[in-house]
Design a protein around this ligand. Structure first.
Ligand code: COA
Length: 260
């Protein structure tokens, strides 16, 4: 599929590398980026059938420096609410994607860029990564789920501090707080991200998809994660892959997954 205006997709060994491609605006998330992300995660068979997705930004300066501020001038209350809801919806879709989605954060991940990274299942930071929620500098607040996901990831006290001060933190601090899973030299960023997806691709695909939903449920106040875990455990016990995985262990061989 083609027709993307603001992202680029390439496939490497079954892994999709989705690159936000607006380097002159530090990969700020404008309307085109959102439309492209929606298309990629809902319709694009290459993405839907991939082993996993790595989201990154063009160049070495930014993952994404936030929502595109040049699109803010005409916003009224209803328009801003619609924008926020659309952002939350697509980031929710990414968070609930059935295969792993990793943010490979090269440079600034600010505002909506930090929110996008937080919606991914993991964040790998290059040594030059900088994270922050600077919306208060503009007179607004994080509107794409950032007020909630930052609390989940680093705890309320630090999340409050970052949200209220608008301060940026560097990669090592993000790692210390649990916002970044790993910090690596910039030239190793994609390889590290790919290697994690490659490991996950050796596991039973239905177990991976169920695990993503149940782990997400831990932080969803509308869901009972413990009950979901019981139900998912039961569903997986009925799969061919569970029989194969157990048999392969006992026969001391590698399992061959059917995804059934
Ligand atoms: N929206 C639109 N354009 C953006 C942008 C954003 N969020 N962030 C950066 N840009 C543009 C700049 O306007 C500039 O464009 P220009 O070259 O046409 O003037 C270009 O990207 C480079 O940014 P610049 O500010 O010159 O780089 P810098 O190295 O001095 O500063 C940042 C980098 C990230 C600190 C700074 O760009 C910044 O604070 N950006 C906004 C971050 C933000 O508030 N995000 C939350 C939005 S809700």
């Amino acid at each position: 599929m083609s027709g993307y205006k603001a992202i680029k997709l390439i496939e490497e060994e079954g892994i999709i590398i989705l690159t936000i491609d607006r380097p002159k605006a530090l990969n700020a998330l404008n309307n085109d980026v959102f439309l492209d992300l929606i298309q990629a995660f809902t319709e694009d068979e290459r993405v839907l059938g991939a082993k996993g997705v790595i989201i990154t930004g063009t160049g070495d300066r930014a993952f994404a420096a936030g929502a595109d501020i040049s699109e803010f001038s005409e916003l009224d209350e209803a328009g801003a609410m619609a924008l926020s809801q659309r952002g939350q919806d697509i980031f929710h879709k990414i968070e609930h994607f059935h295969r792993p989605v990793i943010a490979a954060v090269n440079g600034f991940a600010l505002g909506g860029g930090c929110e996008l990274a937080m919606a991914c299942h993991m964040r790998i930071a290059a040594e030059n990564a900088k994270f922050g929620q600077p919306e208060v500098n503009l007179g607004i607040l994080p509107g794409y789920g950032g007020t909630q996901r930052l609390v989940y990831l680093i705890g309320k006290g630090k999340a409050m501090e970052l949200t209220l001060t608008g301060d940026m933190i560097a990669a090592e601090e993000a790692h210390r707080l649990g916002l970044a899973n790993h910090v690596v030299p910039q030239e190793e960023l994609l390889d590290k991200s790919k290697s994690i997806i490659a490991i996950i691709a050796t596991k039973a695909p239905l177990a991976i998809a169920e695990s993503i939903q149940v782990v997400n449920a831990a932080l969803d106040q509308d869901k009972n994660g413990f009950a979901m875990e019981v139900a998912a455990f039961g569903r997986l016990a009925e799969t061919e892959d569970f029989k194969e995985g157990s048999a392969a262990f006992l026969e001391k061989r590698k399992p061959s997954w059917s995804g059934k």
